[in-house]
Design a protein around this ligand. Structure first.
Ligand code: AMP
Length: 523
C-alpha cells in the first residue's frame, strides 16, 4: 500500500511498476512490490514506533543487490538521510564517515558486521542487521506510509573521492535526486523495457543515480553484481537481456582485457551480444580515445561519453542520437545550465578555456557541516566545479581539460592539459596506461612528468629501460605534441595509483616524482 509517502516519486512510481522485475542478483529475482515490502520493513525497524526520523543520518554498509536498495529506500521512507558507505573502506575511514555525519543508526549485512559492529558498539549507535529485521504487524508497516516527506528535505550524503583532501559529505535533497534522475531518463530515453547490469560501487553517484536509480525510476530491471568482475559482466551481456551498460573508463579497459583473453568462439559470441544493447556510456573520468576506438572494434558501439560530478549529478552528455565526438563530453543535459568562467569570474567566449560552472535543480544543497566550503563552492548561484573546459565554436560541444589545479599544467608560460598529453602517450606501442602531472621546477614553473605502465609481455621480456626510455619517448612524442607538451620526466610503474572508482590519484603520482627524484629526467 502506498500512502502519503507517495510524495517520494521513486516510491510512488514503484507502486505502478508492481510485479515487474526490479532487481536480479545472486539470491534471485525481485519485483517492485518486493522492494516496497522490504523497504517498508526497514523503515519500520528504523522508526521503532517514532513517526519520522526527521533527517537523522543512517549509514549503511550492504553488498550491492536487492537488500542495498531496500535499505536506501527504507531510510528515505522513514524520513532519514541515507549515507551509503564504501565497501572497501578501512575501519578508520568508516569511522570518519560515521562520525562526520553523526549517524544515529547503522544498517549492515553479515559481511559488514565484523568491521562495523564494533564501530557501532564503541559509539553506542544502534546497529540493525538486515538479515535479522524484526517482523512487523500490518498496522506498524502502514505507519511508514503516513510520513510526509517534503522534496526539499535532505535525502543522501555521498563522500567525494577525496583525491586531494579529506572527503567532504555532499548533501543532496530528494528534489536534487529526482532532478538528476529525470534529466538522464529524458536524455537517454530510459523505459520500463530497459535492463542494465550494475558492477559499479554503490557509494558513488555513477552507480547510485545513473544506473540503479534511473533503472528503478523507469520500471526497468537492474542486474546487480556484488562487485565488478569482467567475466561476470560479459556473462550478463551474453545473457541477451541487457539493453544498457554504463561504466568508468577503467572498467572498459578491464572488459577489453577479458575479451582479449577469451577464446575466439567466446569473443565472437560476446561481440555479437553487444549488438543487442541500445546504449553504452562512459564517464566519471576522461575516456582515452584509444579505449573508445578499441571498444568500437570489439562491440560495434561508439561509447557515449558524459561529464558529471557528485555535487551536480550529470551535466554534459554526448547525444543519444546524433554524432558523438571523440574526446568531447557533448552539450548540457536537460534542466542543467552550464557556463565557462574565466579567472575574473566572467563568462568566457567560445573557444576559450574556462572553469565549468553549473546551475539547476540537480545541484547539491551543501557540504555536510561545512558552511564555509559550501559558500566558497558557489559563485553568483553557480557551482564552481574546479574543472577546466573549452566550448567549441562550431558545434557548442565541450572538451574537458581536467581538474583546474591538477590537470592544467603551467610550463614555460603555456597552459597545457594533462589529459591531452595522456591521450597522445597512449598511442605509443609500448604504453598500456599513463598519468601526466606537473612537477614544480624553478626554470619552467612546472615540468610535464609522465608515469607510464608498459604493455603486458614487454615488461617481462626486457628491462623497462630497453622498452621505453625518456629520450626515445620524447623523440616519438614530438611527432604528436607541440614541444612544450612533451614530457621531460618519465617514471615506469607497475600500476597507477587509483581510488575505488578506478580514478588515478594524481597527487600520489606527483608524490612519486618528488620522492627519490623519481624517474628519468631531461634537461
Ligand atoms: P566524482 O565526483 O567522483 O564523480 O568526480 C567528478 C570529477 O570527475 C569531475 O570533477 C571531473 O574532474 C571528472 N570527470 C567526470 N567525468 C569526466 C569526463 N567525462 N571526462 C573527464 N573528467 C571527468
Amino acid at each position: 500500500m502506498i500512502g502519503r509517502s507517495s510524495q517520494l516519486p521513486i516510491i510512488a512510481r514503484a507502486g505502478g511498476h508492481g510485479r515487474r522485475t526490479a532487481v536480479v542478483e545472486a539470491q534471485g529475482t525481485f519485483t517492485y512490490n518486493d522492494l516496497l515490502d522490504a523497504s517498508s520493513r526497514v523503515a519500520a525497524a528504523l522508526l521503532a514506533g517514532r513517526l519520522d526520523l526527521h533527517e537523522e543520518r543512517v549509514a549503511f554498509l550492504v553488498t550491492p543487490g536487492f537488500p542495498w536498495v531496500a535499505v536506501q529506500w527504507g531510510i528515505w521512507r522513514a524520513g532519514g538521510v541515507a549515507v551509503p558507505l564504501p565497501l572497501n573502506s578501512t575501519g578508520p575511514e568508516l569511522q570518519y564517515f560515521i562520525d562526520d555525519t553523526g549517524a544515529s543508526a547503522l544498517v549492515l549485512d553479515a559481511q559488514a558486521a565484523p568491521v562495523l559492529a564494533p564501530i557501532a558498539a564503541a559509539r553506542g549507535i544502534r546497529a540493525l542487521f538486515y538479515e535479522q529485521l524484526p517482523t512487523f504487524q500490518a498496522a506498524e508497516l502502514a505507519d511508514v506510509n503516513i510520513i510526509n516527506i517534503n522534496s526539499e528535505r535532505r535525502a543522501m550524503i555521498l563522500y567525494t573521492s577525496g583525491t586531494t583532501s579529506r572527503p567532504k559529505g555532499v548533501v543532496t535533497t530528494h528534489a536534487n535526486i529526482a532532478a538528476q534522475i529525470m534529466s538522464l531518463v529524458e536524455a537517454w530515453e530510459w523505459s520500463a523495457d530497459d535492463s542494465i547490469v550494475l558492477g559499479l560501487p554503490l557509494h558513488h553517484v555513477h552507480g547510485i543515480i545513473n544506473v540503479a536509480s534511473c533503472a528503478l525510476w523507469s520500471g526497468a530491471t537492474c542486474q546487480m553484481l556484488p562487485r565488478f568482475d569482467a567475466n561476470a559482466v560479459w556473462d550478463c551481456i551474453a545473457g541477451g537481456s541487457v539493453t544498457l551498460f554504463m561504466a568508468v573508463p577503467t572498467v572498459y579497459v578491464k572488459l577489453i582485457a577479458a575479451w582479449d583473453k577469451a577464446s575466439p568462439e567466446r569473443r565472437a559470441c560476446l561481440s555479437q551480444a553487444c549488438a543487442r544493447l541500445r546504449l553504452m556510456v562512459s564517464g566519471s573520468a576522461a575516456l582515452p580515445v584509444s579505449t573508445l576506438k578499441r571498444w568500437k572494434e570489439i562491440s560495434g558501439h561508439t561509447l557515449l561519453e558524459r561529464y558529471g560530478m557528485t555535487e551536480i549529478g550529470m551535466a554534459l552528455s554526448n547525444p543519444l542520437r546524433g554524432e558523438r565526438v571523440p574526446g568531447s563530453v557533448g552539450t548540457p543535459l536537460p534542466s542543467v545550465e552550464v557556463q565557462l568562467a574565466g579567472e575574473d569570474g566572467e563568462a568566457v567566449a567560445p573557444g576559450t578555456l574556462g572553469e565549468i560552472e553549473v546551475r539547476g535543480p540537480s545541484v547539491f544543497l551543501e557540504y555536510w557541516g561545512q558552511p564555509e566550503a559550501t559558500r566558497a563552492a558557489f559563485h553568483d548561484g553557480w557551482f564552481r566545479t574546479g574543472d577546466t573546459a573549452v566550448m567549441e565554436n562550431e558545434n557548442g560541444v565541450y572538451r574537458i581539460f581536467g581538474r583546474t589545479n591538477i590537470d592544467i599544467l603551467k610550463t614555460g608560460g603555456h597552459k597545457v592539459s594533462a589529459l591531452e598529453i595522456e591521450d597522445a602517450l597512449r598511442e605509443h606501442p609500448a604504453v598500456a596506461d599513463c598519468a601526466v602531472v606537473g612537477v614544480p621546477d624553478p626554470e619552467w614553473g612546472e615540468r610535464v612528468a609522465a608515469a607510464v605502465v608498459l604493455k603486458e609481455g614487454l615488461k617481462e621480456a626486457l628491462n623497462d629501460g630497453d622498452v621505453l626510455d625518456l629520450p626515445s619517448l620524447r623523440t616519438w612524442a614530438k611527432e604528436l605534441l607541440a614541444a612544450h607538451k612533451v614530457p621531460s620526466r618519465l617514471l615506469v610503474l607497475d600500476a597507477l595509483p587509483r581510488n575505488a572508482m578506478g580514478k588515478v590519484m594524481k597527487p600520489s603520482v606527483a608524490a612519486l616524482f618528488q620522492s627519490k627524484g623519481g624517474g628519468d629526467s631531461a634537461a
